[in-house]
Design a protein around this ligand. Structure first.
Ligand code: CMC
Length: 431
C-alpha cells in the first residue's frame, strides 16, 4: 500500500518534511498526512473533504471521471443485470458473490427474520400520523438498539453477522410499517413465499381485504433501485455511520445517525426534493423559467436530481435507472403522464444547456429513481426511506470494515478556530 515515493512539504520557515505516498488499487494516490501535526504543528484544512481520504476501504470504488461504479470490483451494470439485491448484499458483506448453496441459505435466513418484535410495532403509535417517515425511521431503527442489546458485543464476528442479517431482513418491514402508519392502514405481516422485494411491495400495498399481486416489471425496477443504492463509498451518510461507530456506539444507533444524514436534500432527500420541484414547475411551458433560475447566481434554487460531487461525466446508476424508468412508464401506461413528460423535457433541455454541460451537471440516480417510485405509487415522502433501506447494507458493511481495521481510532477532526480571542467575563453591569 505504501509506495517508495515520498511527498515533500515545504512550508515557509519550516524544514521540508517528507510524507509517504499511499498507492491504491484504483483511483487517486494519497499523501499520508497522519503525522502532519506531529511533524509541523499544523493541521490540514479541507472542510468539505474535497481532497481527503478518510479511510482505507475494500468495498466500493467510484471513478467519477469515467462514470464507473464497482462493488467489490464488479461493475454495477453487470450486477444490476445478473443479480438480485440479496446477492449484492451478500457480495458487499462477504466480499464474494454467493454460490447456489450460499444464495439459498442467505435468502432463507433473511426471509425468516423479517418480522419485528410486536412491541416494536406498537412503538409507531407514539409518532404523530403526519410525521415525516424519515423521522419515524430515525426513531424506530435507533430503537432496534433497545430491543437487541447483544448487538453491543460487536467484537464477535458471529454477532456481527447476526446484526447484519437482522437489519437487512427487518428494514423492509420497518419502512412499510412507517408507510402504513402514515396512511392509517393495518400493518401487513411479511410473507415468506415472496422474494425480498416482492414482499416489501406486499407489505406496502397489500391490505387484509385483498391479496396484492406484485407486477414483475415493478419488482425488478424496485430491486434495481435497491442494488443501485446499496453502497457508494465514503458519502456523507456513510461517513456519518463510520464516525458515529468510531466511538464504539451500538451499530443500530449508528445506522439511525446515517438515516438522519441521508434525509437532507443535498443527499438522499434529493429524490423527494426532485419530485416536489417537478410538481412546483407544474407545466412544460415553465421549464425554461426554472432552468434560468438554476443558472442565476443570486437565486439559491438548484435543479434537484442534477449534479454530483464525484461523478463529473455521468452517473452510471442514472444510466441504468433511466432505462428502468422507461420500462416502468411503458408497463404502467404512464408514458403520457403530465409529470413524467415534464421530467423528460427538463432532462432534455438541461442536457443541451451550456451551463449544465460546462459544469458537467448530469441527471443523477435520484432524478430517475424518484420518477420510477412515483410511477409505482410510492408517496414522495417515502422515497428517501427506500434509499435508506438499500443503503443500510452499505452502512453495515462499512461500519464492520471500520471496527475490524487494526488502524481504527475514534474519528476526531480538528478545526481552524475563527471565533473571539481569549477574553475575560465582564461583570453584569459592564455587558
Ligand atoms: N443546479 C444548478 N446548479 C448546480 C447544481 C444544480 N443541481 N449542482 C451544482 N450546481 C452548480 C453550483 O452552483 C456550482 O456553481 P459555481 O461553480 O458557479 O459556484 C457548480 O455547479 C459546482 O457545484 P457544487 O455545489 O460546488 O458541487 P458539489 O460537489 O459541492 O455538490 C451536489 C454536489 C450533488 C450537492 C449538487 O450538485 C446539488 O446540490 N445537486 C442537487 C441535489 C441532488 O440532486 N443531490 C443528489 C446527489 S446524488 C444522490 C446521492 O449520492 O446522495
Amino acid at each position: 500500500m505504501t509506495s517508495e515515493r515520498k511527498a515533500t512539504l515545504i512550508i515557509e520557515g519550516h524544514e521540508p518534511q517528507e510524507f509517504p505516498v499511499l498507492t491504491p488499487v484504483h483511483g487517486n494516490e494519497c499523501v499520508d498526512f497522519r503525522n502532519l501535526a506531529a511533524k509541523t504543528g499544523m493541521f490540514s484544512y479541507d472542510s468539505g473533504y474535497m481532497s481527503t481520504a478518510s479511510c482505507r476501504s475494500a468495498i466500493t470504488y467510484i471513478d467519477g471521471d469515467k462514470g464507473e461504479l464497482l462493488y467489490r470490483g464488479y461493475p454495477i451494470e453487470q450486477l444490476a443485470e445478473q443479480c438480485n439485491f440479496l446477492d449484492v448484499a451478500y457480495l458487499l458483506k462477504h466480499g464474494e458473490l454467493p454460490n447456489t448453496q450460499q444464495k439459498a441459505e442467505f435468502e432463507n435466513i433473511i426471509k425468516t427474520h423479517t418480522m419485528i418484535h410486536e412491541q416494536m410495532a406498537r412503538f409507531y403509535q407514539g409518532f404523530r400520523r403526519d410525521a415525516h417517515p424519515m423521522a419515524v425511521m430515525v426513531g424506530v431503527v435507533g430503537a432496534l438498539s433497545a430491543f437487541y442489546h447483544e448487538a453491543e458485543d460487536f467484537t464477535d464476528p458471529r454477532q456481527r453477522n447476526i446484526n447484519f442479517n437482522r437489519i437487512v431482513a427487518k428494514l423492509p418491514t420497518i419502512v412499510a410499517l412507517a408507510y402504513k402508519y402514515s396512511m392509517g392502514e393495518p400493518f401487513m405481516y411479511p410473507r415468506n413465499n415472496l422474494s425480498y422485494t416482492a414482499n416489501f411491495l406486499h407489505m406496502m400495498f397489500g391490505t387484509p381485504c385483498e391479496e396484492y399481486v406484485p407486477n414483475p416489471v415493478v419488482v425488478k425496477a424496485l430491486d434495481t433501485i435497491f442494488i443501485l443504492h446499496a453502497d457508494h463509498e465514503q458519502n456523507a451518510s456513510t461517513s456519518t455511520v463510520r464516525l458515529a461507530g468510531s466511538s464504539g456506539a451500538n451499530p443500530y444507533a449508528c445506522i439511525s445517525a446515517g438515516i438522519g444524514c441521508l434525509w437532507g436534500p443535498a443527499h438522499g432527500g434529493a429524490n423527494e426534493a426532485c419530485l416536489k420541484m417537478l410538481e412546483e414547475i407544474g407545466d412544460i411551458s415553465r421549464v425554461p423559467e426554472y432552468i434560468r433560475r438554476a443558472k442565476d447566481k443570486d437565486d439559491p434554487f438548484k435543479l434537484m436530481g442534477f449534479g454530483h460531487r464525484v461523478y463529473k461525466n455521468f452517473d452510471p446508476r442514472a444510466k441504468l435507472m433511466r432505462k428502468i424508468c422507461a420500462e416502468v412508464l411503458h408497463e404502467l401506461g404512464l408514458v403520457n403522464d403530465r409529470l413524467f413528460e415534464l421530467a423528460l423535457e427538463l432532462e432534455r433541455i438541461a442536457l443541451e444547456d451550456d451551463y449544465f454541460v460546462e459544469k458537467k451537471l448530469y441527471p443523477n440516480v435520484d432524478f430517475y429513481s424518484g420518477i420510477v417510485q412515483k410511477a409505482i405509487g410510492i408517496p414522495t415522502s417515502m422515497f428517501t426511506c427506500i434509499f435508506a433501506l438499500a443503503r443500510t447494507v452499505g452502512w453495515m458493511v462499512q461500519w464492520e470494515e471500520m471496527i475490524s481495521d487494526p488502524e481504527y481510532k475514534i474519528g476526531r477532526p480538528r478545526q481552524l478556530y475563527v471565533g473571539a480571542p481569549r477574553r475575560d467575563v465582564p461583570s453584569l453591569d459592564k455587558r
